[in-house]
Design a protein around this ligand. Structure first.
Ligand SMILES: Nc1ncnc2c1ncn2[C@@H]1O[C@H](COP(=O)(O)OP(=O)(O)OP(=O)(O)O)[C@@H](O)[C@H]1O
Ligand SMILES: [Mg+2]
Length: 259
């Protein structure tokens, strides 16, 4: 067993400790209670997206803070907030065991309440365009299933965050959970292919958490009842057909720009 695998087995919460050597719950505590200091604004971002430092006691980390007050209204997502949808995506990622979304909390900040997400140090030697086209990357394939269940309308290449240890995170899940089929992604390479056993296991965990577990109540803080029901139906449909979804029309629905 490798050291990393041994560490993963040892951790009580099942997290690998790849993020600052801290557990998911420790990171959530840091993000929730830490002092949030804005260090800069991500200039390419279409909403107010701040790069910040978060510090608590003697621990400091980088994070992204997106205040609700900085959100541009979107006609197709009139309910709730983009920040809340990012929280809902985090909750789904955790419940299914996908671990696609870095630790994320909802909290107050210098520009009012918003989402605060740990900044993960992606491996900048990875060619993201080549990564997005791979058909043999299990983390990428799992992300495609996660996107299908949350109905992600914005899986761009730049929203892929490959870690040095091979794990893949994603970011920018503000336009997920629409009730209409709006999957827009660069990851169509598995369309019509059979879901892997890991994918069906993750979808079942999600179903259990939605039906008997705490997830539905958690999502109710961020999404409408219809959106939660639509999420339930997407999970059920994926499990019924056991294939990766097809694009809505003749041509794959890809976000623009795709990067
Ligand atoms: N948690 C994170 N860890 C590491 N990098 C991140 C994280 N969140 C965002 N980024 C980086 O910052 C970029 C902009 O963030 P994000 O896409 O979330 O903002 P946005 O306001 O929605 O931007 P846009 O509208 O341009 O997509 C991402 O493409 C990614 O490179
Ligand atoms: Mg973005």
């Amino acid at each position: 067993m490798t050291d990393a695998a041994a560490e993963q087995e040892d951790r009580p919460d099942g997290q690998s400790g790849r993020l600052l050597g801290m557990s998911e719950d420790e990171l959530l505590d840091l993000l929730s209670r830490g002092d949030l200091a804005v260090r800069g604004r991500l200039v390419d971002a279409s909403n107010a997206t701040m790069y910040c430092e978060i510090s608590l006691d003697d621990v400091a980390a980088a994070c992204v803070y997106k205040p609700v007050a900085g959100e541009r209204p979107l006609w197709d997502f009139p309910e709730g907030t983009l920040a809340g949808r990012e929280l809902a995506a985090y909750a789904v990622s955790r419940s299914g065991g996908w671990d696609v979304v870095p630790p994320t909390v909802y909290r107050d900040g210098p520009f009012g309440p918003g989402m605060c997400q740990l900044w993960v140090d992606a491996d900048d030697t990875v060619d993201l365009v080549a990564l997005a086209r791979r058909t043999d990357h299990q983390g990428l394939r799992q992300m495609a299933v996660f996107d299908a269940v949350v109905n992600n309308a914005d899986r761009k290449i730049g929203h892929l965050l490959p870690m040095p240890d091979g794990h893949l995170y994603g970011c920018d899940h503000g336009v997920c959970f629409g009730t209409d089929y709006k999957l827009r992604t660069v990851l169509w390479q598995w369309r019509g292919k059979k879901l892997t056993s890991q994918a069906t296991a993750a979808l079942r965990r999600l179903q259990e958490s939605l039906d008997g577990g705490p997830l539905a109540a958690e999502l109710a803080g961020w999404l409408t009842g219809e959106e939660i029901e639509a999420t339930r139906k997407r999970a059920a449909l994926l499990l019924e057909h056991k294939v990766h979804p097809f694009p809505p029309a003749d041509w794959p629905a890809v976000p623009w720009p795709p990067i």
